[in-house]
Ligand binder design. Structure first.
Ligand SMILES: C[S@@+](CC[C@H](N)C(=O)[O-])C[C@H]1O[C@@H](n2cnc3c(N)ncnc32)[C@H](O)[C@@H]1O
Length: 279
């Protein structure tokens, strides 16, 4: 796709070639205050037993399947796609214990390489805000879904990183807030975008803070965000960040930071019905 429809689009492909930054962003969940990991919550949101053929779009390192290899059975087929070949390499390694048949494809979500009405389910977790064109991507998703199939997708509330970006901006005012990356598809606007393509939407939330007293771990977490990593940071940024984090942690015991993830289970694809009417 050459035509970039999304005015907030920030190119992150280089960022995701390095799998370890994404993995260190997820690592902070071991300090979570919520009783369960977000992956435990995520697994409960979708009726996997009702889907034989599943497409995991922008699968990344396949952390859900790594944690729950028994979620799918032998009769399932799982297609894992990502734009990053390095992510697919890790996804392959992390899905070795799955009983389901697995296929790995390098494919951009804006132009899917699948025939119409192939899948019982599509997963698109922490992904759609990276689309160059959200409407085109959702049209592609509804095109490959069967009539009674579902989409499971997650994003974040963009207010959830305030304390982090205030701290980062005090050192480097030019780093854009993460809300700019999220803005094409954040909890604030995702429902209206999804309702254009699906008649039924079920929303659930996961919120947590982190009791992490280690400034270095917070610094790894913060530096793993694409908007920070993609900037050529002046030398000394990390040290200055750690210094500010130490002060905040002395005051609060951790960072007073909350993340809010939102899941949408989307059913009854509309675009498919429009396609039929157009025939
Ligand atoms: C934040 S990670 C999420 C990974 C995974 N879905 C998860 O929930 O753990 C975003 C992933 O989307 C991939 N990605 C970004 N833009 C993409 C695009 N246009 N088409 C396909 N994959 C893309 C990245 O390479 C990365 O693996």
């Amino acid at each position: 796709m050459t035509d970039n429809q999304n005015p907030h689009f920030i190119e992150c492909s280089e960022h995701y070639e390095n799998t370890s930054t994404f993995v260190s962003r997820v690592d902070i969940f071991r300090f979570r205050k919520a009783p369960g990991h977000y992956l435990d919550w995520l697994k409960e949101q979708s009726p996997f037993e009702k889907a034989d053929k599943i497409l995991d779009l922008g699968c990344g390192p396949a952390l859900l399947w790594k944690k729950f290899p028994d979620l799918l059975k032998q009769n399932h087929q799982l297609f894992l796609t990502d734009r990053s070949s390095n992510m697919l390499f890790h996804a392959r390694n992390h899905t070795g214990e799955l009983k389901a048949e697995r296929f790995f494809l390098r494919n951009a979500m804006e132009q899917l390489c699948f025939k119409d009405q192939q899948f019982d389910a599509v997963l698109a977790h922490m992904l759609l805000y990276h689309a160059t064109d959200i409407d085109q991507t959702l049209r592609e998703i509804t095109r490959v879904l069967k009539p009674h199939a579902w989409l499971s997708t997650t994003t974040f509330a963009s207010h959830s990183e305030d304390i982090i970006w205030k701290t980062v901006h005090a050192i480097e005012p030019e780093i854009p807030p993460y809300s700019e990356i999220l803005s094409p598809f954040s909890a604030e606007n995702a429902p209206s975008q999804l309702k254009r393509h699906f008649s039924s939407l079920k929303t659930t939330n996961y919120q947590t803070g982190f009791s992490c007293p280690y400034p270095e771990i917070w610094a790894d977490f913060i530096c793993s965000f694409p908007n920070v990593e993609l900037r050529q940071l002046k030398s000394g940024f990390r040290q200055k960040l750690i210094h500010k984090l130490e002060k905040l942690i002395d005051q609060h015991g951790t960072l007073p930071y909350q993340t809010e993830m939102v899941h949408y289970l989307c059913q009854q694809p509309r675009t498919r019905i429009l396609h039929e009417a157009a025939l």
